[in-house]
Design a protein around this ligand. Structure first.
Ligand code: NI
Length: 180
């Protein structure tokens, strides 16, 4: 197996090409910054977690939004990165065939069937997304986002202790934006 640096470089290159001109929601920041933030959380989690599969988790971190946000298919991911990675990215993808309200719980159920590192990536994703909300967001949108974060934390209990603690802290900090 390739070293971690090579895995990181090849995967972020693939993801950056796929996301193209996409920006982080409500900003002018290239989307790849979000992906690298999730990867950074994963590096920290790996340092704090015994027996953590860093190569697998990093690839999922960098690819987690490719199927959901770009034209990339599960088959293409499988061809380039193998079946385990494709299954993981698929689990991290909200199924567009489902009504919006059911997508998160469906995805969380799929994530729970994957290796624990897939859960770590979902936790890392939400940790990095719990920054100050864009000015355009209404209080009710902010509350929904907070509620989803709580659902993620609950459903993925046991996936990664370090990231669960971090998400718990981020949820507490973010509550101030919801006006509760
Ligand atoms: Ni994401």
């Amino acid at each position: 197996m390739a070293d971690i640096q090579t895995i990181y470089q090849e995967t972020i290159k693939f993801a950056a090409e796929k996301h193209g001109a996409q920006k982080v929601k409500g900003s002018k920041i290239p989307y790849v910054v979000h992906l690298s933030n999730v990867a950074m959380e994963i590096f920290m989690a790996a340092r704090k977690t015994h027996g953590f599969d860093l190569g697998y988790a990093l690839q999922l971190a960098l690819l987690h939004d490719t199927i959901e946000d770009t034209q990339t298919t599960r088959q293409e991911i499988e061809m380039v990165f193998g079946k385990d990675i494709a299954d993981g990215v698929w689990a991290l993808t909200g199924d567009p065939k489902l009504l919006k309200d059911y997508r998160l719980s469906d995805s969380l159920a799929k994530i729970r069937k994957c290796p624990r590192e897939a859960g770590a990536v979902k936790l890392a994703d939400r940790i990095t997304n719990l920054q100050a909300p864009p000015k355009s967001w209404t209080k009710s949108h902010i509350r929904d986002f907070l509620y989803d974060a709580q659902q993620i934390l609950k459903a993925l209990h046991g996936a990664n202790e370090y990231l669960e603690k971090r998400l718990e802290q981020k949820i507490a900090e973010y509550s101030k934006y919801s006006g509760e």
